[in-house]
Design a protein around this ligand. Structure first.
Ligand SMILES: Nc1ncnc2c1ncn2[C@@H]1O[C@H](COP(=O)(O)OP(=O)(O)OP(=O)(O)O)[C@@H](O)[C@H]1O
Length: 264
């Protein structure tokens, strides 16, 4: 569904993305995981031509993206931005229905699709349909952003830290809700995050990026059991140790803090 073949992006001779190759199979969700500046967003934006690669090939649904006009490509690929990108002057229904409207769907079909998607992302259409984005909570707005990206029934979805700005409880709720939406619609997706737990829980496979390179692309289980190098090992160790510390706390064992000392 998505295929990157030795894709590189250079800025002033420096590689932001360095010879990255990966394939996303039909229905698969690949997470790109890495620290700030590792090249995740640049990789995502090259996939829908918001950024043009310096070299390499990208195919989406079998087609070389350079042969598809960018606006046509972006109508076929849903995109959820790092910072929302909802249009503040449009209502929720207008935001969600914008791509179907551009594609010339009739008003009844758009309305039906908008309501179906709002329900799918667990919002009550009657309650939020006519509100503007500033009248929504952060979590509600992010649900609307996901609904909007899915409105024109794309086979491919790109998500850039979609839940990054939310508190942990809202974030976890949205992760669960997104996993459900994915099961019911079955699209392929690339999901960018710097959150290791989110990556392990949501990704069919997780690609770890550092300095523009893809260090390892594997199911989360394999990253934990057989990390390709010390960087990957260190990256996954932190949250695993945290989880173990919490478990022993719950079990009533004399818990030790992550720093190694006894918990208060
Ligand atoms: N327009 C640009 N001009 C010059 N350098 C850029 C440009 N865009 C990105 N870069 C550089 O490319 C590298 C990769 O950036 P990118 O945004 O892809 O990283 P990221 O992993 O998504 O980081 P974050 O998690 O902070 O969003 C960084 O070093 C960044 O400074």
């Amino acid at each position: 569904m998505i295929e990157l073949d030795q894709v590189t992006k250079r800025y002033d001779g420096i590689a932001a993305v360095d010879s990255v190759s990966l394939r996303v199979e039909p229905g698969e969700l690949v997470v790109l995981l890495g620290g700030s500046g590792s090249g995740k967003t640049t990789t995502l934006k090259m996939t829908n031509r918001l950024i043009e690669p310096s070299s390499g090939r990208i195919r989406v649904e079998g087609e070389d993206v350079t042969t598809v006009p960018p606006h046509a490509l972006r109508r076929r690929i849903g995109y959820v931005f790092q910072r929302l990108g909802l249009f503040p002057h449009l209502t929720v229904a207008e935001n969600v229905g914008i791509t179907p409207a551009l594609l010339g769907w009739d008003a009844r079909r758009i309305r039906g699709r908008v309501d179906t998607l709002l329900e799918l992302v667990e919002l009550d259409p009657a309650e939020v349909r006519d509100r503007r984005p500033d009248a929504l909570s952060g979590g509600q707005a992010q649900r609307v952003a996901v609904a909007r990206a899915l409105a024109a029934e794309p086979g491919v979805l790109l998500l850039d830290e979609p839940f990054g700005a939310l508190d942990p409880i809202t974030r976890e709720r949205l992760q669960r809700s997104f996993a459900r939406v994915r099961r019911s619609l079955g699209f392929s997706a690339i999901f960018v995050t710097h959150d290791v737990v989110e990556a392990l829980l949501l990704g069919d496979r997780v690609g770890v990026m550092r300095g523009g390179r893809l260090l390892q692309l594997a199911p989360g289980r394999e990253l934990v059991r057989a990390p390709a190098d010390d960087y990957v090992a260190d990256l996954v160790r932190g949250p695993l140790e945290q989880a173990r510390a919490v478990e022993s706390l719950i079990a009533g064992a004399p818990a030790r803090t992550i720093a190694g000392g006894d918990a208060p």
